[in-house]
Design a protein around this ligand. Sequence first.
Ligand code: RIB
Length: 293
Amino acid sequence: MRILNFGSLNIDFVYAVDHIVQPGETISSSALTIFCGGKGLNQSIALARAGATVFHAGMVGPDGDILLDACAENNVDTSFVKRVPERSGNAIIQVGADGQNSIVLFGGANRQNTPEFVDEVLEQFGDDDLVLLQNEINHIDRIIDQAASRGMRIALNPAPFDSNLNGCELSKVSLFIMNEVEGEQISGESTPETILGSMRERYPEAEVVLTLGGDGASYQGRGEIVTQPIFPVKVVDTTAAGDTFTGYFLAASMENLPPAQCMRLAALASSITVSRQGATPSIPRRDEVEARQ
Ligand code: RIB
């Protein structure tokens, strides 16, 4: 089974601040660092560093060499990444002294996907393959429909959640990986138990992974529920923690490891990510994660 990640690639401008700026407030930052990021690219790199073979599909602009280089350095296949005239997607990220972040996205090239490009890419994949999606690119609805019609499995990280997702046929998704906020937005419920209950009712065939920040994560599917606590570390920067969890969970699940092992590996990997700065540079390699087991 091959993994196609149809997703965003962003250049992240990361500002180190004492606290996240408040409405009407102006603050100075103590450092500006530029990293490769984007939920799509972060998840492709997490998958690759976890040992999976991953094809990334998406769009970059004339400034996208840095993003393509990051893919190449991590053995992420970019045969389906197209260059367009629009500048690459970017993110303005504030990271506070407590490691928490706040992100403003500019879609740029990530929103230049066309129906023709979607079909052209998906034609290369079939019922033995899986497509992974986040919500930072356009035409998610078409990708879901086309992938399902080709018999592909669909994994969705509905992040960031917005009204575009309401137009998608989510019953075609076989794995949801989301945090509590997205879980609430998708289900209308507000506790982990009721979110999982609502997902089970609405999408009985789907597996669901719900990440809960400091409270760990829960898995529901294959007739079982698994709860996974966090591995406590000193938090430096939470950026890409969820993406690391997604990439590691999926890579382990594609190896047919039992859900409890997939969850443990994903939690270990994201505990390493939050202890480091930046998006893609903070994602650990499999041997490093396994050394912490
Ligand atoms: O999930 C973290 C990512 O969200 C960042 O890398 C940023 O680009 C935004 O897409």
